[in-house]
Design a protein around this ligand. Sequence first.
Ligand code: FAD
Length: 413
Amino acid sequence: MSEIYDLVVIGGGPAGIMSAGIAGSHGARVLLLEKNKDLGKKILITGKGRCNITQAEFDLRKLVETYGKTGKFLFSSFHRFGPREIMDFFENRGVELKTERGGRVFPVSDNARDVVSALKKFLKENKVEIMYGACVSGFEHEDGEIKAVKLGSKKIKTKNLLIATGGLSYPVTGCTGDGFTWAKDLGHSVTEPAPALVPLKIKEPWTKKLQGLTLKNVGLVAKQGKNKITDRQGDMLFTHFGITGPIVLDMSKEVIGADKKGKIELFLNLKPALGREQLDARIQRDFKKYSNKVFKNALGDLLAKKMIPIIIEQSGIDPEKKVNSITKAERLKFLELIQNIKMTVTGNTGYIQAIVTSGGVSLKEIDPKTMRSKIIPNLYFAGEVLDIDGPTGGYNLHVAWSTGFSVGSQFNK
Ligand SMILES: Cc1cc2nc3c(=O)[nH]c(=O)nc-3n(C[C@H](O)[C@H](O)[C@H](O)COP(=O)(O)OP(=O)(O)OC[C@H]3O[C@@H](n4cnc5c(N)ncnc54)[C@H](O)[C@@H]3O)c2cc1C
């Protein structure tokens, strides 16, 4: 057997695994280098251990729009290996899938281990060699091409190299931004990385009292002074440092981006489905129903139990006041509060808890059809190391599978 690999892949995450297996399936001799002792460390914690493998949006135009400006770059990869193909890939390998609210696709077993097992089997079937605990120390170039990967004193010769080392998020899983450093060393531009899909820290101490409370279908508007930065509607969660959950994570990138220019305030609407008049009618109905009760005991139908003392305190209405003696002005102030609870952002929890990294290897220097570097012809990048990130809902794994597939497909001779 030749001593030269057709492809060396650095990084055994979803992008690296997919590309290695697909290249192997076309007969390429592939070596996968992973710094951890096993594959799947991050996959096992995705989707809270359930792995939201993709997003069931089969209209590719709509799908790419979700990624904003970078969406256009993804069109070709998604066209080749879109949500349908990813779902078929796993179902054909015995991972039965289900689609939940918001198009989120999970294994029926709700167990990310099944995804990792299927991927390991896929690599084995396609004869991909794997080296664990691999510590790449550099590369050997000649005539503008990569010739070998250095691991200490060891040299691994290769015809092609893929960097699929992810970003800087959740460093505990092995992602420490090595790919960004190498990309720069190899002449690529790297868009400044930043944590994205990250929980937000909040100044107001009352939020800590709500630790553990999940709010379903609420609205959140981020403002800088009078300017609206962004808004979302859906679920969120209070924590000991502030807030998290899908709508918070999804707006975090825009909040962080604007944060540098000045204070960001968030306005929580507990009843976004109701207009002002509808909500007033609803409150009046409840006040009529509980007219002989004191204020603090009349809000159980309207608000989550933990939320009641917080809202009462902010409303300035005496909790012991009889509901039938609450004035119209007090009621309207209470209404206003329910749809506009203010929270001040003081920061974010950083890469340690960021689901993804925004920024990365500049897409201008990558061929969108193949993920090949336009600077070094036998170098490829795939997955989160690229300057692409999407919202929650399976969009980020989707990028990893698809861009990885594009690289692997280059070996279909
Ligand atoms: C808690 C959490 C939950 C998530 N849940 C979801 C979800 O449900 N759905 C979704 O779509 N996305 C989710 N994501 C995001 C998604 O997991 C990532 O976007 C995706 O894994 C990126 O794939 P990747 O292969 O590019 O990189 P990674 O998965 O980050 O893999 C990179 C691999 O490279 C290895 N590596 C790094 N440096 C080196 C080196 N120097 N040498 C050798 N190996 C190296 C790492 O150890 C790692 O195994 C989640 C992320 C987190 C942190």
